[in-house]
Design a protein around this ligand. Structure first.
Ligand code: PMP
Length: 420
């Protein structure tokens, strides 16, 4: 694959030419802004290219109307665009069609949808849900609480010292009592790329379903639900050049067909009487009320954009930046980097500087214009296991450069000197 033309890509993201560090009470500007922005918080939220912003503006300027029920022209235009956006997202992850793609506000809601619509009906005492120790709270807390309600048991596949799943333990843990195996594809803290297809084989051998948390994989590598063996898969638009407030849940058609609705209301029904109701076809059965129309259409535009750039090329670019950042950061003997080796991980690096709280480190790095995350990254139990309350995390995307990694490393070095 040919390398990305990062300079050209950056032109499509005007925010990347911003300066930061001034008055943060005036979002988007600041007379005191001094430092060029180095945006390395992409695992939290990626930036949005002009064409996706234009798609949203175009919807509101030209054909804003409610979908599904309108006879008038604007409503028809909005409906066609919104429905076709499902086809586009289906194609993006290798689903069979719009029946298998439910638009949600994001990964978290996709997880809750399945936990409540499927889990509440299917789980009970004696049943088991198998997670991993590296699950994001979106999955961990959701299944944990659902199991408390239903009397099912949660089990966690252990993570070893290097940040890989213990697959021998997994083979023991998944049994005929297992009803769901819910696994993060790429860990948002360790960067580990989990062997989803192997876990899916294991689950399917015991007639359990597999839910893939693909929040950190769909944005930056080719993902195909059939290759992974996923029964469900969820991701968020705001991590893949799309807007916030929109994401998608993939589910195998026959499973979604059998599931009860999650939210009730308008647009998800076929026939309603005072006594009873029947449900609309997939995926609309799971999209009650007026959906995020502009968001859905913009998510499809983000898919177009990423496909045009090329997901293989994006993955290669991220691997290069990640390996470089890993190598440079591990040169400091007082920096601890978590997770697998630099050449075997997703596009992020979480680390700590000895004796310095992650928030202080992030704040000094911010003085250099560098945006990184500080905290537990919604993996508190994993941080507890790592023996630290928090860490900082740099995460890369298609528009980042080696020079930006250098700015990060210099900023960390500055913090080392400051706290020495
Ligand atoms: N899972 C993973 C692995 C994530 O990184 C995130 C986002 N931090 C989520 C789930 C939740 O995504 P959202 O907040 O968009 O629902």
């Amino acid at each position: 694959t040919t390398p990305l033309d990062v300079e050209r890509i950056r032109d499509e993201f005007p925010i990347l030419s911003r300066r930061v560090g001034g008055d943060v009470t005036t979002p988007g500007e600041g007379p005191g802004d001094e430092t060029p922005l180095v945006y390395l918080d992409n695992a939290a939220t990626s930036q949005t290219p002009d064409r996706v912003v234009d798609t949203i503006a175009d919807y509101y300027r030209s054909y804003n109307a409610n979908v599904h029920r309108g006879i008038h022209s604007l409503s028809q235009e909005a409906s066609v665009a919104y429905e076709e956006a499902h086809d586009r997202v289906a194609e993006f992850v290798g689903a069979n069609g719009r029946e298998e793609i439910v638009f949600t506000p994001g990964t978290t809601e996709g997880m809750n949808l399945v936990a409540y619509a499927w889990g509440l009906a299917e789980l009970g005492p004696g049943d088991e849900v198998v997670l991993t120790e590296m699950e994001h709270h979106a999955s961990l807390v959701t299944w944990q609480q659902l199991c408390k309600r239903t009397g099912a048991e949660v089990k966690y596949i252990p993570v070893d010292e290097q940040g890989y799943l213990d697959m021998d333990a997994a083979a023991e843990m998944v049994t005929d009592d297992t009803k769901m195996v819910s696994v993060v594809h790429v860990s948002n803290t360790l960067g580990t790329v989990n062997p989803i297809a192997d876990l899916a084989d294991l689950a399917h051998d015991h007639d359990a379903y597999v839910f893939v948390d693909a929040a950190q994989s769909v944005p930056n590598r080719p993902v195909d639900v059939d290759d992974l063996g996923a029964d469900f898969l969820a991701f968020s638009g705001h991590k893949m050049c799309g807007p916030t407030g929109i994401g998608a849940l993939y589910g195998r058609e026959h499973i979604l067909e059998e599931m009860q609705p999650y939210l009730y209301g308008g647009d998800m029904i076929r026939k309603v009487t005072y006594e009873d109701s029947t449900w609309e076809d997939l995926p609309w059965k799971f999209e009650a009320g007026t959906p995020n129309i502009a968001g859905g259409i913009a998510l499809a535009e983000a898919c177009d954009y990423l496909d045009e750039v090329g997901l293989e090329r994006i993955e290669t670019h991220e691997r290069m930046l990640t390996a470089y950042a890993y190598d440079r950061l591990t040169e400091f003997d007082d920096v601890e980097v978590y997770g697998p080796p630099g050449d075997d991980r997703g596009g992020l690096v979480a680390f700590n500087l000895d004796g310095v709280h992650a928030h202080d480190l992030s704040s000094i790095v911010n003085d250099h214009g560098v945006a990184i995350r500080a905290g537990d990254h919604c993996t508190q139990p994993l941080h507890q296991k790592m023996g630290v309350p928090a860490s900082v995390r740099a995460s890369f995307y298609l528009y980042n450069t080696r020079e930006e990694v250098d700015v990060l490393v210099d900023a960390v070095d500055d913090a080392r000197r400051l706290f020495a």
